[in-house]
Design a protein around this ligand. Structure first.
Ligand code: NDP
Length: 329
């Protein structure tokens, strides 16, 4: 019999009640693909928490191995871009949603979904960044494309002590922006300042119903929260500014008015990491390798063993996780 390996498997019963357990699988159990990878590190994203707890319909086939990102080494490949021994990273593309994902020692995927592990980064570093960090970089790149440079004024980051938020604060401050970090966890204020935030504001300042237009407080923002928070961030963005929206930690709704758009020329930049084209991914990972301070990355990272991944997924949906988690296989 082929060698078996551990995997997390989400399933549901006839009453559609979802369950999750650690099981033993073999490579024969994996889904079709032209590259098989030894998963060496993965991580815990908010979306993985939603998948494992079933709090939102992230899992779209049952049973499924969750886990939306991994870094590892190619074992076998019939894809022209990859050969045995190549170090690779995967984010998104429906992995951990419709295709068997990262929470197993082996993954078989479409080679088009992989990018090379950036030079100078280990699999551990890549997962300390993970989809959260790569999404934070996509947000920063979108702001830059819109001309939001440090001279334009401060930028706000919401959900700042979370994964996307922590990396966004780190990158933006390293690039010279004045960063205002919004958090619901005031006990994390010194952590956020260490990452480079110049000011820490309370989540409550932004999370309730607001006015169509507020005092102009920032030139731009990275919003991981959605709902009233995003509406308020937009209403306080200065003339010609832009906000990159990537998350829904508070809610998927957007109870906003068009006032910031039509009276202040503010732009709302939508960020999706899952189906982002390959060129954008390659650029984002290149920028991560050059613009993210590795010392700061270590500060925001907690390492856990694979056996702890299910509990960590439950913690993240309860807002108990600070920064980034690396899961070592
Ligand atoms: P985390 O859970 O690590 O961070 C989310 C943060 O949001 C929390 O740490 C908390 O920050 C804040 N938060 C949580 N609940 C609430 C609430 N009810 N009201 C206001 N703020 C809240 O998750 P990630 O960083 O991994 O992901 C952040 C968001 O981005 C998620 O919604 C995720 O689905 C989305 N995402 C989207 C991607 C895309 O492609 N568009 C890719 C990756 C993530 P604090 O304690 O500082 O207040």
């Amino acid at each position: 019999m082929a060698d078996s390996f551990k995997a997390v498997l989400v399933d549901r019963d006839e009453d559609r009640k979802q369950s999750v357990e650690m099981v033993e699988l073999t490579e024969e159990d994996l889904m079709p693909g032209d590259v098989t990878v030894a998963v060496e590190a993965t991580t815990v994203n908010y979306k993985d928490g939603l998948a494992i707890t079933g709090k939102a319909p992230v899992v779209r086939r049952f049973p499924l191995i969750p886990g939306i990102d991994f870094a590892g080494t190619v074992l076998t490949s019939s894809h022209p871009d990859w050969k045995e021994g190549d170090k690779v990273v995967l984010n998104g593309w429906g992995v951990g949603e419709t295709h068997y994902g990262a929470y197993a020692a082996r993954a078989r995927v479409n080679g088009d979904w992989l990018v090379p592990l950036p030079e100078g980064m280990s699999v551990h570093d890549a997962m300390a960044v993970g989809t959260a960090g790569y999404t934070a970089m996509l947000c920063v790149m979108a702001l830059e494309r819109h001309g939001i440079v440090p001279d334009r004024g401060p930028v706000v980051v919401t959900g700042a002590a979370g994964g996307v938020g922590s990396v966004a604060v780190s990158i933006l401050s390293r690039l010279g922006y004045e960063v205002i970090a919004s958090t619901g966890r005031q006990e994390e204020a010194s952590y956020l300042k260490e990452l480079g935030a110049s000011e820490v504001i309370a989540r409550e300042e932004l999370s309730g119903p607001g006015k169509p237009l507020g005092k102009e407080r920032w030139a731009g923002g990275v919003d991981a929260v959605g709902s009233h928070t995003l509406a308020n961030v937009l209403s306080m963005t200065s003339y010609g500014g832009a906000v990159a929206a990537c998350g829904l930690a508070q809610g998927m709704d957007l109870p906003a008015s068009v006032a910031p758009f039509i009276l202040r020329g503010v732009s709302l930049l939508g960020i999706d990491s899952v189906m982002a084209p390959k060129e954008l991914r390659l650029e984002a990972w290149k920028r991560i390798a050059s613009d993210l301070d590795h010392g700061r990355l270590n500060k925001i990272t907690t390492v856990i063993p694979f056996s702890g991944v299910i509990d960590a997924c439950r913690d993240i949906v309860e807002g108990k996780v600070r920064g980034r988690i690396v899961v070592e296989m």
